[in-house]
Design a protein around this ligand. Structure first.
Ligand code: NIG
Ligand code: FE
Length: 400
């Protein structure tokens, strides 16, 4: 994930940059199979050296080596940069009126995706590039250092490929979501649209995508059934993409079971889960990615995070930043919602926003702080990580 301030934390090739004044370093690299608090791996009185964008030294502040440059954080908390494993940043247009209507009782059904699609198709490459860059910068300014970005507002061969090409300019975590909804010109013939998605569109998007996703949601007339979703995921896998699923968002449904069946890295939303869904997730390597900003912005019931955690399911939280169900780019806000509305502890929420998101992207190199790892760090204007939830809505976090 590249941003305008990325260069400022790298003093130059081969040059070592010392970070001191860290009140609490949350590594998220504590022992597995321990309590969430222990898994946070909190270190105190430590300093960190960054060389060429990687952590080259970490140890007692009193033992810190001489370096080429230095930053004193004056008693702030440092955490791994947040891993936002679910976003839809490539879109143009405005749907604030849809949000207002929803707040006065109009239910969400996915129909507004067509509005964003029309505006996105009409936008120039330069406009879309500028919009994506602004949203990525907004995320970095709130502590996010890795973002996954989906297509899904193009819904034609050229517009989906363009969305992914632009997303790929800012992150390697790009997801082909041609099966977001059936676009208006294909409403009379869903099968013809699916043929296009698994054929020409997939081929055009494949060079720019790591992942394939589908909006598996029988409760939306615009989205896809289990059978249709299985077809899309199978074609994506055959083309070399890795699967992930939007599932169980608007009501109980087949998304979770399908995600587990195809070995998806993650099933996202999980707002409505049955006992069988939880059992399936618990026996799998599929992460349940919770998107509490969606429940907040659609006035829906929150997912049962406690049941998932009690069953031993891997849980991530992400923003789902998109123009319809949650136009928030703020991982700290998601952490605060996870704690206040989903009853996760501050430790569980921070783990879900870092190593949890990394696991949802099948990445073991990010989401934690360790020697040799990328210097993807968030600094908080606070002495400890609990302030993320405690001081909800206060802009404490930024990517270092
Ligand atoms: O993740 N569920 C489908 N897609 C998005 C919403 C897209 C939109 O309404 O524009 C989501 O919630
Ligand atoms: Fe989404």
């Amino acid at each position: 994930m590249t941003g305008p301030d990325a260069a400022t934390r790298r003093p130059g090739p081969g040059r070592a940059h010392l970070i001191t004044g860290i009140a609490e370093l949350v590594t998220c690299d504590g022992p597995a199979n321990s309590t969430p608090e222990e898994r946070l791996g909190i270190l105190r009185d430590v300093a960190v050296v960054v060389t060429d964008g990687r952590i080259s030294w970490l140890g007692a502040a009193s033992d810190a080596p001489a370096c080429d440059s230095q930053a004193d954080l004056e008693g702030r908390c440092v955490t791994p940069g947040f891993v936002d494993s679910h976003s839809h940043l490539v879109f143009a247009g405005d749907r604030s009126a849809e949000f207002s209507a929803r707040m006065t009782g109009v239910p969400y059904d996915g129909g507004g995706i067509g509005v964003s699609m029309a505006a996105t198709r009409a936008a120039s490459d330069e406009t879309l590039r500028r919009l994506v860059a602004a949203r990525v910068a907004e995320m970095r300014s709130q502590g996010t250092t890795t973002v996954e970005i989906k297509s899904g507002y193009g819904l034609s061969v050229l517009d989906e490929a363009r969305s992914l090409r632009l997303a790929h300019e800012v992150t390697p975590e790009t997801t082909f979501l041609g099966a977001h909804v059936v676009p208006p010109e294909h409403r009379g013939d869903r099968t013809a649209y699916l043929d296009l998605v698994v054929g020409e569109m997939l081929q055009a998007c494949r060079p720019w995508a790591r992942w394939v996703d589908v909006f598996c949601e029988p409760h939306s007339p615009y989205a896809f059934t289990a059978e249709e979703s299985r077809r899309v995921l199978s074609a994506g896998i055959a083309a070399g993409l890795l699967p992930r699923v939007h599932g169980n968002q608007l009501g109980p449904g087949p998304g979770v079971q399908l995600a587990v069946e195809v070995g998806a890295a993650s099933v996202d939303h999980c707002t409505y889960l049955s006992d069988a869904d939880i059992d399936a997730l618990a026996g799998s390597a599929t992460v349940a990615t919770l998107l509490p900003g969606v429940e907040f912005s659609t006035r829906s019931p929150y997912p049962d995070a406690r049941r998932l955690l009690a069953a031993g399911v891997s849980v991530a939280i992400a923003t789902d930043c998109n123009p319809g169900t949650c136009y928030s780019s703020s991982m700290p806000f998601m952490i605060a919602l996870a704690v206040a509305a989903m009853r996760m502890s501050p430790a569980e929420a921070l783990l879900a926003a870092t190593v949890g998101g990394a696991r949802a992207l099948r990445r073991s190199d990010i989401g934690r702080v360790y020697v040799g790892g990328p210097a993807d760090l968030a600094v908080l204007d606070a002495p400890n990580h609990q302030h993320l939830a405690y001081r909800a809505g206060v802009p404490l976090a930024r990517a270092l």
